[in-house]
Design a binder for this molecule. Sequence first.
Ligand SMILES: Nc1ncnc2c1ncn2[C@@H]1O[C@H](COP(=O)(O)OP(=O)(O)OP(=O)(O)O)[C@@H](O)[C@H]1O
Ligand SMILES: [Mg+2]
Length: 459
Amino acid sequence: MQFLFRKPIFGYVIGIFMVVAITGILLSVLLGNYVTLTAVLFIQFIILLLFLLHFHERFIKPIKKATKTVDEIVKGNYRARFHHPSGDSIGMLSNKINSLARNLSELSIQEQMQSEQLSTIIENTQSGLVLIDSKGYIHFVNGKFISLFGLTAKDYQGYLYYDVLDNEIIHETVQKTFLYERNVKEEFTHFKGIDKFYIEIVGAPIFNDRNMLKGAVLVLYDITEMKKLELMRKDFVANVSHELKTPITSIKGFAETLLDNSMPHSEDNKEFLEIIYKESHRLQLLIEDLLILSRLEKENFQLVLTTFNVKELVREVKLIVEHKMKKKDLSFSVDVEEGLELTADMEKIKQIMINLLDNAINYTPEKGRVNLEVKRSDDTVSIQVKDSGIGIEKDALPRIFERFYRVDKARSRNTGGTGLGLAIVKHIVEVHDGDIQIESEPGQGTAVTVYLPKVRIDD
Ligand SMILES: Nc1ncnc2c1ncn2[C@@H]1O[C@H](COP(=O)(O)OP(=O)(O)OP(=O)(O)O)[C@@H](O)[C@H]1O
Ligand SMILES: [Mg+2]
């Protein structure tokens, strides 16, 4: 039957002709009248021809069309359709082929969407990804990997990993992953220009259905921020311990001397007691500052927002610092707009002013000038403390907001400073969504300006 369908129509006509010829030969034995015989054979030929045409139109042509449609579908053209009007078996076949094409089309759209989603995720993930086959050839690297290690995907894909990646830890990770056939985790530092990155690399083996190793995927996490935080925490603990150690050592030392009975002079005793008092005061200040910082850093920290008159607050601050100003014979001027109001945490703003003025007093030689100015602009209120003091070197400027950082350690200690004043100011400014700027010229003076949003809509 199949062979019949493959024949061109011309072949069938020749076939019919042969059948008619054979019938003619057989009938010629029975029928002597050749006219009748020719008529019979002609009628037979016509009938067979009509039958062939009908058969061709009805079955062969639609089946050819169906085969062509299926061929198109096999090639991936899911939009190919085959229409056959009648409801017979060919019509049913056409319906089945069309619904198969529709289903395949939907499936391919879904598959395309899924693969697009997957590649979007892989490309935009914050981890670098590298896919290596069991022979060590790189098959895929994603965008994050490229952004960390440079070059383009083409420079990695299709190459052996040890030819294109010159990091020993990456080599080791791949080798261990292949050797132990389990996840392997390592860490390394990576330099991109002058930037230093801390990278955590995880090598994970990939197995096929028969549990045979097919390759490995490397996941590279950028843990620079985490490392920096860890380092900061370690530094902070070391700094706090160091800051506490000095006063405690001196308190203990002088207390021991006082306890020693061989100290007869009461004048010395008084001096030692004064030192003990001074050092314990320093300890108290340090602990108070640490507590302020830790409260500001608490996750559930809440500002106590009120709308207050700035001039009144400045008056209170003035009373607190005036005594120290007079002691150093500093000229103190205040410049605050009349009736200026601010919505903020009043106690914290007071703390900002006190800390900044404290610095201005401590780092300005006698007879110098200190100015406090509070101004409003469109949507911010700025608090500026300006002094004519010793100023700060350019190199030190970016560091002065760090905890415990002092430009001149000995000098700052003499003023009773803990090195936390500006760190606290910065924190308070941050929790108010404000900004802080500093300008300073060694030997000329310093101006610290805090910008706060005038009206705070608390969330
Ligand atoms: N107005 C200023 N003029 C010159 N140097 C300053 C000024 N303000 C701050 N500094 C420098 O910045 C450092 C850090 O200041 P910060 O207020 O944080 O600490 P501190 O004054 O040493 O101690 P405290 O915690 O008691 O305020 C100071 O040690 C000082 O070297
Ligand atoms: Mg200070």
